[in-house]
Design a protein around this ligand. Structure first.
Ligand code: ADP
Ligand code: MG
Length: 140
């Protein structure tokens, strides 16, 4: 399996509770390298653009409000099979269904305030990384 990159967000529920380091420890322990990282506050337009794929879903408005309710830490993670591996490390969308040891099981508050985002495919990872980082900001 080739080395690949995925896009990650530590969401406002986690940054508010000072969990950035604890989540990064789980990421690194899983063998993923944080090759880019910055703490930012998204605008409404940025959050709407990022989650545009969900704009017809009933939770879209709430999700956008949540994602701009505090800082987020955006990251590029690198490693073998990084996209699928990070989905495993995150756990299920709803923390009630997440496996023990996953980030969402350990830290998430609810199906919405679920602490982390990870790309769902290699194609989306490329798009999401490009929306959030310049090439010069990613140092492998
Ligand atoms: P994932 O983040 O696991 O890929 P989705 O792409 O389906 O999940 O949803 C994007 C985000 O929208 C979720 O991480 C969560 O924050 C929020 N979300 C998903 N489903 C719901 C729901 N039923 N109610 C509220 N928020 C939701
Ligand atoms: Mg998703």
């Amino acid at each position: 399996m080739a080395i690949e990159r995925t896009f990650s967000i530590i969401k406002p529920d986690a940054t508010k509770r000072n969990l950035t380091g604890a989540i990064n420890a789980v990421i690194e322990k899983a063998g993923l390298r944080i090759v880019a990282q910055k703490r930012v506050k998204w605008s409404n337009a940025q959050a709407e653009a990022f989650y545009g794929v969900h704009k017809e879903r009933p939770f879209f408005k709430d999700l956008v409000s949540f994602m701009i309710s505090g800082p987020v830490v955006v990251q590029v993670l690198e490693g073998e099979n990084a996209v699928a591996k990070y989905r495993d490390v995150m756990g299920a969308t709803n923390p009630a269904n997440a496996a023990p040891g996953t980030i969402r099981k350990e830290f998430a508050e609810s199906i919405e305030a679920n602490s982390v985002h990870g790309s769902d495919s290699a194609d989306n990872a490329k798009i999401e990384i490009g929306q959030n980082f310049t090439d010069a900001e990613i140092v492998g």
